[in-house]
Unconditional design. Structure first.
Length: 233
């Protein structure tokens, strides 16, 4: 879903040309009206220490801040947001004093990504058997009025620290790997590198003209569980 959203965005901006759709979209969220624009917060510029302890609120279908979360992503994330599709876990980050800081979404991984597949070293059979153990960070938004050094990498560490258990509780499947796409013309991916995510295109012979891809192991020894042979470097 993240790759599809990115390609649609590039098509809208004239960067690429996509062929016409062969059939109408069946996603019920596609025609959903965008949520109201949330109130813009006051500028927040401080040290990370002043915000701690940061709390991650798990966003639930009937949760108290579901609409606020949807509104933030719909209006402030460059890809927009029409609501979740398929398996997902989402968080809204709050400061110790109750200020909303960021929104994160993790959902099911793309079926076939050359950089990831070469990095893990699995064949088609093992990918089919173990892809459900890979999760994609499809949305990560620091609210635009929040300017706090090191906040993004701190939130990634907090979220991946909780994700494995909450995905297991929700779907009965342990997560072994988290991935994301970074649009190179727009972002440098600094916060992912600061949070110790790995850039597999630097380790594998794969190039991408649209985006680069960076996975992180939740537990380092688990690459061998996915590939059946390799070990984390």
């Amino acid at each position: 879903m993240a790759a599809r959203s990115l390609m649609r965005k590039l098509h809208q901006e004239g960067e690429i040309t996509l062929p016409a759709a062969r059939r109408p979209a069946t996603n019920a969220q596609r025609g959903r009206e965008a949520p109201p624009l949330p109130a813009v917060g006051l500028p927040l510029a401080c040290s990370l220490r002043e915000l701690r302890p940061i709390r991650l609120e798990l966003i639930l279908p009937q949760g108290p801040h579901r609409d606020l979360f949807f509104g933030y992503l719909a209006h402030f994330h460059y890809l927009g947001w029409r609501g979740p599709t398929g398996q997902n876990v989402a968080y809204l980050a709050w400061s110790a004093t109750g200020q909303a800081l960021a929104a994160l979404v993790f959902d099911a991984a793309a079926w076939k990504i050359a950089a990831r597949d070469q990095f893990i070293g699995w064949d088609a059979g093992r990918r089919a058997a173990h892809l459900a153990k890979v999760v994609n960070n499809s949305r990560f938004l620091i609210l635009p009025w929040v300017k706090v050094p090191h906040l993004a990498s701190h939130l990634l560490a907090l979220a991946t620290g909780r994700l494995r258990q909450e995905w297991l509780q929700k779907y009965g499947q342990a997560v072994e790997l988290v991935e994301t796409f970074v649009e190179q013309d727009r972002f440098a991916g600094t916060c992912y590198r600061a949070a110790n995510w790995i850039h597999p295109q630097r380790e594998c012979s794969v190039e991408s003209p649209v985006a680069r891809f960076a996975p992180q192991a939740i537990q380092a020894q688990r690459q061998s569980a996915l590939s059946g042979s390799r070990h984390w470097r």
